[in-house]
Design a binder for this molecule. Sequence first.
Ligand code: APR
Ligand code: ZN
Ligand code: ZN
Length: 359
Amino acid sequence: MYEHNQPVVVEELELDDPKENEVLVRTAASGVCHSDLSVVTGTIYYDAAVALGHEGAGVIEHVGRNVTGFQPGDTVILSFVSYCGNCRMCQMERVCLCQTYDVPRGFLLDGTYRLHNSSGDGILQMARIATMSEYMVVPEQNLVKIDPHYSLEKAALVGCGVTTGVGAVLNTAKVEPGSTVAVIGTGGVGLNAIQGAVLAQAERIIAVDIAEKKLNFAKNFGATDVVNAAETDPVEAVRELTDGLGVDYAFEVIGNPKTIVQAYDMVRPAGSAVIVGIAHHASEFSIPAQRFVSSEKRLIGSFYGSCQPRVDMPKLLNLYTEGKLKLDELISRHYRLEQINEAFADMEAGENARGVIVF
Ligand code: APR
Ligand code: ZN
Ligand code: ZN
């Protein structure tokens, strides 16, 4: 991505060898997630130029000095957070909330580039990985080793969408059996929140989207009711479906202040609104302060499904093996890397559950 809000460019880059504690990975597949598009639009801000992609899987080609636990030939999912291992959040096993995460953005951990273009300019890597590249040099800690028998295009989706969506329900909200749940935005991540709600044995799962095609996907993933927010007020519709009370849990999986407030409005007193979507970095939302107290509603952020990548990702793949988690059905279309702009256009048009770039 050389310029915000312009088509992205596919070109050959120079890639340095892995340094200490870094690994060279040959990418097998990369999901196309809305967060990638959000980098292009500046919603998630990176300086240009940046190599995109944060949902991927591949095979290790080469390891740098002092890499322990990985060797060439290992199959891995890429996690999109790096962590220090020492801070209070890391000590609490909340590595995705590491206090050192996200500064500086897009450089490797030593603050330098591994990618360079033909003019010699450094290219940042989204989330220090850049899964929309044939090869990546990444920190060892961003790797999750998986059993080699898994299809890597399916495993790639676990790198963001599946873990983020399922984790929001099971880890962040800890939805109880019998609960009523609404999911606003049933794209690649939201469909996984629906799957999470199925796994949690929620009784009602209400899918809210503005695209009829997405609502059909939602039914296939376990939604018991659907609401087309382009046609009706979703807050009223959800209230009607819950005898006027509101749902126990609402998940916002778009990243829009308006739908965040809708999520809050559609939960019952003492219910939880869980915000998964990543809104523009400068956007804000507001809720009535007095009512916040008197309704005892909870408003919770959920980042990366509150996951521990090396614990949760293999577990999710195991659920897939047991037939309890749908991954095949998530992939609507395969793309070649050269088709990335088409993949983004399809995402904006709401064509796919998930699109996947295969290398
Ligand atoms: N009301 C209801 N649904 C909406 C609305 C709206 N106002 N606006 C958009 N949507 C729906 C779209 O129709 C689409 O189905 O939200 C869905 C978003 O899905 P995707 O584009 O596939 O995005 P996804 O990859 O699932 O990411 C969703 O999670 O990780 C974050 O940055 C990511 O904020 C993004 C969110
Ligand atoms: Zn993502
Ligand atoms: Zn830390």
